[in-house]
Design a protein around this ligand. Structure first.
Ligand code: GSN
Length: 210
């Protein structure tokens, strides 16, 4: 069993997708949860290549950048498509998810009071590309790319779950995406993790907004 450690703040944030991936793949990991005070005054920042968390360790192999961590886990657990073309399409969809995650983070951390209504109004337009991608892959019955779950699926499903909390029912306008999210969230090991205290005790975002 690999010896995985996540160092992060005690939130879901940018670690939710990697936790979902590991739980669904039957992996275990250790959590080092830092308070803001420990992060600001401690030594951890110096060990992070870009001075930010999350930090991920597999034994003595140290990574930062949440999407790189997802791709590392994808390579280890065969969650990166069946060939180079599928892998590249998976990266493409994940880059689209990252773009939307950044917009979501700007809303949560900078514009919650002033930008929430406009953000929610624009959710259908943001979801449409993912609905189209799903529709083109076996009529939306499988995953984003190919017929096997990939790291991008965990990342997108996590993000869409956050959007459902922000705006309950927002996925109803994209029925394929809604069914896909429900399907992924009902995978037994993933479902058990999402129902665990380890997950439920963590707020979605560090500032308490959701
Ligand atoms: O994906 C990534 O890991 C990086 N591109 C972004 C990492 C990042 O933004 N880290 C934040 C916490 S995650 N939340 O929004 C962070 O380390 N903030 C504390 C700081 O001092 O910058």
């Amino acid at each position: 069993m690999p010896e995985y450690t996540i160092t992060y703040f005690p939130v879901r944030g940018r670690c939710s997708a990697m936790r979902m991936l590991m739980a669904d793949q039957g992996q275990t990991w250790k959590e080092v949860a830092l308070s803001k005070e420990q992060w600001t005054n401690g030594d951890t920042r110096k060990s992070c290549a870009f001075g930010q968390l999350p930090k991920f360790q597999d034994g003595d192999f140290v990574l930062v950048q949440s999407n790189t961590i997802l791709r590392y886990l994808a390579r280890q657990h065969n969650l990166y498509g069946k060939d180079m073309k599928e892998a590249t399409l998976i990266d493409m969809v994940n880059d689209g998810a990252e773009d939307l995650r950044v917009k979501y983070a700007i809303l949560i951390f900078k514009e919650y009071e002033t930008g929430k209504d406009a953000f929610i109004k624009n959710i259908p337009a943001e979801l449409k590309p993912f609905e189209n991608i799903l529709a083109k892959n076996n009529g939306g019955k499988d995953f984003l790319v190919g017929n096997k779950i990939s790291y991008a699926d965990y990342n997108l499903v996590d993000l869409l779950s956050n959007l459902e909390v922000l705006s309950p029912g927002c996925l109803n306008v994209t029925p394929l995406l809604k069914a896909y999210v429900d399907r992924v969230l009902s995978r037994p090991k993933l479902k058990a993790y999402l129902e665990s205290d380890a997950h439920k005790k963590l707020p979605i975002n560090g500032n308490g907004k959701q």
